[in-house]
Design a protein around this ligand. Structure first.
Ligand code: TTP
Length: 546
């Protein structure tokens, strides 16, 4: 049985939003003729020696013929209903569904260019942050939101009986319905492939019918409990908030999404994955035990990767309820320092708060080199480090223009050898760099090469299967002498007045053209004003370091 939630944490209402078939949705927004037809996004052909030829987002990226070797990375729900899965390559998908439209990801710098999808995800987070406050970006298409205050506001301002309760009922599934439990029992891999529960659901016309209130296993229905239990009332108001946020995202950005509502982040995410697309699920406290019972461990965020595999192997468990039975001493013995974390995940009581994190902490790019494409020489490695530097430079420029911040650390990751655990080796080397607001590709490439040479053996040939580059440890940047002022002054000055902003802009415009062919300022003359998100994230970083 789950442990009772501590009183202070029980008050939280967390919403979780996951975009539906996101890369497809981004492509549909760019090309509305893709709406309603089965379609999928495919990878580029990674076996082209020297890297993929450039294919910008605005090019015609539809792929024809039946010899498409790229793997499928996103599948529309129409295509899922016709049996297309993420496990297939383009050729197999076309065989399965001849009318499918396949769109290739854009490519740049010899590899996939995910910029349009990242931008799409960022737009969603910004919109949600405006409407709902504390937002935590969890991945390219997932956001956790603390909606406690908004739910409480609705409870104060709107009628519970006549408005909130019927609205929440109309919009939401319950996490312990028979339907939800079937969905929860499906493994994470199957879910990612687009499992049968999702395929069998019609999008559109019969939506209302599907969303009729589900049967529940709770002895007293949660809708009844809500009449007297404040925790349930808040979750019901939270469901209305999430429903309205989802409607806003669809109206303003054209993307549909699914939602989860619970008292903590892990349960909200779990709930969100139960009914897709364009649906939402409430995880009431009375549903937690039933939801976790028999839940494959890898469905829980945090246990989908290496840690989950180790937990399964060492403790001989496969479900959340199995793990919940393991005594704390044994958990701690097997995974020192992680006992209560694992117990929290297994029992649905892990109350990791929603972090106000709208901004990413690093800009990263990587490239894999499969089989005969593995990098063998310093010259080849240098070429690819430069390609990656070019990609990160472009993103650094965009980030700088948008958030007035600049990275101060660069890391290079290298994987080499085979893909089995014996021969596989992974190393990371890092160094500081000062890109400021005029950083160049050369600067990034030189720093990357320095890191690489710290790792690279001086003799012999390599067998590099992956190269990664990451820029992190952001600091605010400011045009002019204020650059060295105390940060509190900087934030005050930068956001104090429109006059200040204009002054920054003038300085920037004056310096355009002096910084080299692809300098940051040459890319954009946007005023350097730190965003609210940057201020928050910077002060959070400072607090963590103290
Ligand atoms: P997901 O959220 O896992 O899936 P999805 O949004 O396509 O579909 P669903 O409606 O079932 O949530 O992934 C988000 C995007 O990330 C996806 O559209 C494409 C990309 N992606 C990859 O590039 N490779 C992968 O292996 C996965 C799982 C996703």
């Amino acid at each position: 049985m789950p442990l009772p939630l501590p009183q202070a944490q029980a008050k939280a209402v967390v919403g979780f939003i996951d975009m539906d078939c996101f890369y497809v949705a981004v492509e549909r927004r760019r090309d509305p003729s893709l709406f309603g037809v089965p379609c999928a996004v495919v990878q580029y052909n990674s076996r082209i020696a020297g890297g993929a030829p450039e294919l910008p987002p605005e090019a015609n990226r539809r792929v024809s013929g039946d010899t498409i070797t790229g793997g499928i990375i996103a599948v529309s729900y129409e295509a899922r209903q016709r049996g297309v899965t993420r496990q297939m390559n383009g050729q197999e998908a076309r065989k399965q569904c001849p009318e499918i439209v396949l769109v290739q990801v854009p490519t740049a710098f010899g590899k996939a260019d995910l910029k349009i999808y990242k931008q799409g995800g960022n737009e969603v987070v910004s919109l949600l942050a405006q409407r709902a406050g504390c937002c935590e970006k969890r991945s390219v298409d997932e956001v956790a939101i603390d909606i406690t205050a908004e739910a409480e506001r609705l409870l104060r301002e709107r009628s519970f009986e006549d408005d909130l309760l019927p609205s929440a009922k109309r919009a939401s599934h319950l996490a312990d319905s028979a339907l939800s439990r079937t969905a929860a029992a499906v493994s994470r891999d199957d879910t990612r492939r687009g499992h049968c529960g999702q395929q069998s659901r019609e999008v559109g016309e019969d939506h209302e019918e599907q969303l009729a209130p589900d049967e529940t296993t709770a002895p007293q229905g949660p809708w009844e409990l809500a009449k007297w239990d404040p925790r349930y009332r808040r979750l019901i108001a939270g469901a209305v908030v999430v429903d309205e946020l989802r409607a806003t995202v669809e109206k303003e950005l054209g993307y549909t999404c699914s939602g989860g509502i619970a008292e903590n982040k892990m349960l909200a995410k779990l709930g969100c994955g139960l009914h897709k697309p364009k649906q939402q699920t409430i995880v009431f406290p009375c549903a937690v035990a039933a939801l976790l019972h028999g839940l494959p461990l890898e469905r829980i965020q945090g246990l989908g990767g290496d840690l989950g595999t180790q937990v399964k192997e060492q403790l001989q468990v496969s479900t959340a309820s199995d793990l919940a039975q393991i005594p704390m001493e044994r958990l701690e013995f097997a995974f020192p320092g992680k006992g209560s974390f694992l117990h929290g995940l297994a029992t649905g009581t892990h109350n990791d708060p929603v972090q106000d994190r709208e901004l990413c902490k690093s800009l990263s790019g990587s490239k894999t080199f499969v089989g005969r494409l593995a990098l063998k020489t310093m010259q080849e490695s240098e070429k690819w480090l430069r390609e990656l530097a070019g990609e990160l430079h472009r993103r650094y420029c965009e980030d700088l223009a948008e958030h007035a911040r600049s990275p101060t650390k660069i890391s290079v990751s290298v994987a080499c050898g085979g893909f089995d655990s014996q021969s596989h080796q992974h190393a990371t080397r890092q160094t500081s760099l000062d890109l400021g607001r005029n950083g160049t590709i050369d600067q990034i490439a030189r720093a990357a090469l320095l890191c690489f040479q710290r790792w690279a053996p001086t003799t012999g040939s390599f067998n590099i299967t992956m190269l990664g580059l990451s820029l992190s440890n952001f600091r605010p940047v400011f045009a002019g002498p204020e650059a060295n002022a105390p940060l509190s002054k900087f934030f005050g000055a930068a956001s104090a007045s429109a006059k200040g902003t204009e002054r920054n802009k003038e300085k920037l415009e004056a310096s355009v053209g002096s910084g080299g062919s692809r300098s940051a300022v040459a890319m954009s003359a946007t005023p350097m004003q730190p965003t609210a998100a940057l201020k928050r994230s910077f002060f959070q970083q400072q607090q963590q370091q103290q």
